[in-house]
Write a protein that binds this ligand. Sequence first.
Ligand SMILES: Cc1cc2nc3c(=O)[nH]c(=O)nc-3n(C[C@H](O)[C@H](O)[C@H](O)COP(=O)(O)OP(=O)(O)OC[C@H]3O[C@@H](n4cnc5c(N)ncnc54)[C@H](O)[C@@H]3O)c2cc1C
Length: 454
Amino acid sequence: MFHRGARLSRESVFRASAITTDGLTFLEKFDVIVVGAGPAGSTAAYLMARGGLKVLLLERGKSPGEKNIFGGRIYSHVLKRIFGNFGDEAPVERYVVRESLGLMTDSDCTLLDFSSRRRGTRDASSFIARRSRFDKWLSERAEAEGALLVTGTRVDDLYIENGEIRGIISAGESIDADCVVDAEGVSATLARRGGLRSDVLPGQVKVGVKETVKLSREQVNDRFSLEDDEGAASVFIGYPAGYLEASGAFIYTNSDSVSIGVVADPVKLSASRIEVQRLVEDFRLHPFMRRLLRGGSVIEYSAHMIPNSVPVAPENLVRGNFIAAGDAAGLFINHGFTYRGVDLAMASGEAAAKAVVAAHSSGGYSREQLASYHSHLAEAVLPELERAERGADVLHNPRIFSDYTHLISDFMSDLFSIDGFGHGSVSSILSENMKGKVSRIRMLRDMLSAYRKM
Ligand SMILES: Cc1cc2nc3c(=O)[nH]c(=O)nc-3n(C[C@H](O)[C@H](O)[C@H](O)COP(=O)(O)OP(=O)(O)OC[C@H]3O[C@@H](n4cnc5c(N)ncnc54)[C@H](O)[C@@H]3O)c2cc1C
């Protein structure tokens, strides 16, 4: 007999789905199969199970989040909406109360640092988490609502009969479902197979590399001026990925370690013959970083692809009874000063769940019945993505990553250098530093364009 929330092995699900005894009627056919127990998949599974649907959540990892990598920061708005005081139970490392944007050259770092204790830490708009703990927690919420989570199971293909998607195929066996939600992440193999997306081209993804550096809790607090559950998030442009446009680096504080990493364009990396591992190494060894990381040891290293832009028209994220969410749908924002994928994955999982539950109530899962997915996405996710797309031009301006970073660094160096022979005015120092690097007109145009687009 199947109990809601029970843990079943992969074998028993496949066996049971083929048996039609009374006790296993639930497993005969699922209303929905969700592929991937990342933030998009588990959020969708949680809300659909809560809406009364029979949900099967399949995850290839031994445990959700086991191999999922990201920088470290999650914006809380979706969690607050769905779970209220999520901080009471979610595995939060630290709440972000300190934000910095760094302009780096190989020797300098100009930091715009914002630190606020205006609100309690739990009201912070973002927090730092480890995916191995966070994804597991979220999938357990879905299980507690009755979704059936089966781990260690890779979905190989969609189960298609007479041109219609009837479920999924794993290890040569099929499982039926009325609807399939693809939340498998950036590879989007099923989304391509189901006709939602074309092949992911090299220019449509970035590569992210991350290291976790072990420090004590006290070292993290002292070096980043933090207390208790307070956390810091910093992003950097210029060095080390510098001079490669739309690339950057980050550092996030966990409770007793820090995550550092670099995001770069693989096409530009290969054209410049730069290995991404070298960029992380250069970043870790930068004088500014060396002091923050002193005495720490690298305990984790990982690399992963990140969607770079929205390669599919959002209205094409549904085809028949097949729907894509999260990275599989290309939902990611890189402003240069924020990297956002997890909250968008959860928001799209929420939108997919609303559409699927409504379709279920209306008696079918046709494209028309699932069309509300687009309108739910349009409420929050799509306007932000469109703004980010417009702003993306700014990130592809090479002057931001090289000329201006150097200009500001040289300007700051001169501004704070006193040699006793007379210090020029601020404007004369700026003019002196701009000579031969960038014209005033060019700089004004770039500033105006950035202001308008971002
Ligand atoms: C270096 C780096 C730094 C980042 N930093 C941040 C950050 O700080 N903040 C932020 O918000 N975002 C960040 N992101 C992006 C963020 O990680 C993603 O946008 C987010 O994880 C997308 O969630 P998802 O649920 O769509 O996909 P994923 O998190 O990729 O989850 C997909 C799940 O599906 C499983 N799966 C895949 N294929 C199959 C299959 N065939 N069968 C069964 N299971 C399958 C996977 O194992 C995985 O558990 C970063 C990404 C990288 C690479």
